[in-house]
Design a protein around this ligand. Structure first.
Ligand SMILES: [Zn+2]
Length: 390
């Protein structure tokens, strides 16, 4: 009895100290775990020992056809566990119990790609003591597309939001874009540019354009930001007077912010393909997300602060060019047929009628009679530099 008490106390202390960690009981010395398991089922022992030991799968790139398994440290009351099981987003599954301590969930349909699933497990042990509630998560893969829509010489506009963070990162990105003759749009957070006084100049010198993503990146649809605050945020955005595209932070915009942007001469410019790179997803997921959604005229959203974007771009840029895309915002870089057919942006990019915006953009750069070089009022773009010199 003395030994059993010791084991119970020891196990209890150990588990309690790390109750938030899923694999806690696995960390016990085997002899202690065996002692505890052989102890009579007193309430105390059951209460501290009963729980989820492991939930599989975990981590990124989970196959869409995966079954989900939950390992328990002791037999559980199946009805209560099955009733309390919860997944966000929801999964329709079939349940089976290969062992009294192993629950298998087989999804009735493939899981959604590129999705973070969170599972909560609760219920009771076989003897009625409540399980320690448990949560686990995994992320499904984004499979490579079977077919990639061809570019047929149309524009694909790459855009980079937020940041800048670190001059080395910006330099590497600019070098990579230059290597593949990309002309991109940048939407930095203007207050961050205080630390990089030459940033706009350096970026524009490579043929890119720097546009407005507000001064501090607030939620402009929130009533916490005053009317005057909305105006100030947009007025102090990057590229004021040089680019008439405004991209609201976090895509949070409403009638008020759209009106202020319009009054200040801006068009709200969103995107078609969200890479979700800011979630720090694997580079191959960023790569596949773009290839699965790419079409001529579309606009792709990346983030300057995301750590795996550069790696994804090293594969993406040559691939997109091979598929027939012109990676540029500049209508002059594509031939006339593709220009008129695809333009820049789709219905998702522009708040207003997309055809009007696209026609205006194309005309501004290709019609000799154009007097309003929208959306970039500062005259002609510089010729694309031919050397890597800054
Ligand atoms: Zn942003």
């Amino acid at each position: 009895m003395g030994v059993l008490t010791f084991a119970g106390v020891y196990v209890g202390a150990k588990l309690h100290a790390s109750r938030e960690r899923e694999a806690a009981s696995l960390a016990l010395p085997a002899s202690v775990a065996a002692l505890a398991a052989s102890a009579p089922p007193t309430d105390t022992t059951e209460a501290v020992l009963g729980g989820v030991v492991e939930l599989r799968p975990r981590g990124p790139r989970v196959n869409l056809a995966s079954a989900i398994e939950v390992d328990f440290s002791a037999p559980v009351d199946r009805v209560s566990v099955e009733a309390a099981l919860e997944s966000v987003p929801p999964i329709e599954w079939r349940t089976s119990w290969p062992k009294p301590t192993l629950l298998r969930l087989t999804p009735r349909a493939p899981l959604k790609s590129g999705t973070l699933y969170r599972l909560r497990v609760a219920g009771r042990l076989a003897h009625g003591v409540p399980l320690e509630p448990f949560a686990g998560e995994f992320r499904t893969e984004v499979p490579a597309p079977k077919d990639v829509v061809k570019g047929r010489g149309g524009n694909l506009v790459l855009t980079f939001d937020d940041g800048p963070r670190g001059s080395v990162r910006t330099r590497r990105l600019l070098e990579l874009l230059e290597q593949y003759h990309v002309k991109a749009l940048f939407f930095p957070v203007a207050q961050n540019l205080v630390r990089y006084p030459n940033w706009i100049r350096d970026v524009e010198a490579k043929g890119h354009r720097v546009c407005n993503h507000s001064y501090t990146h607030p939620n402009l649809a929130s009533r916490i930001v005053s009317d005057e605050g909305v105006r100030r945020e947009i007025e102090k955005g990057a590229g004021f007077g040089r680019c008439r595209l405004f991209r609201p932070p976090m895509m949070a915009h409403d009638e008020r912010s759209d009106r202020v942007a319009r009054e200040l001469g801006y068009s709200v410019f969103l995107w078609d393909i969200d890479t979700r790179d800011w979630e720090e997803i694997p580079a191959d997921e960023i790569y596949n997300r773009v290839l699965r959604a790419v079409e001529p005229g579309r606009v792709v959203l990346f983030h300057l602060q995301a750590r795996r974007t550069l790696r994804a771009l090293r594969g993406l840029l040559p691939r997109l060019i091979r598929e027939g895309y012109v990676l540029s915002w500049d209508p002059r870089d594509v031939d006339q047929a593709a220009r008129e057919r695809f333009g820049v942006g789709t219905a998702a990019t522009w708040l207003g009628p997309k055809d009007a915006a696209r026609a205006r953009w194309v005309a501004a750069f290709t019609s000799p009679a154009a007097t309003d070089p929208w959306p970039f009022p500062v005259g002609e773009t510089e010729p694309r530099p031919t050397t890597g010199a800054p």
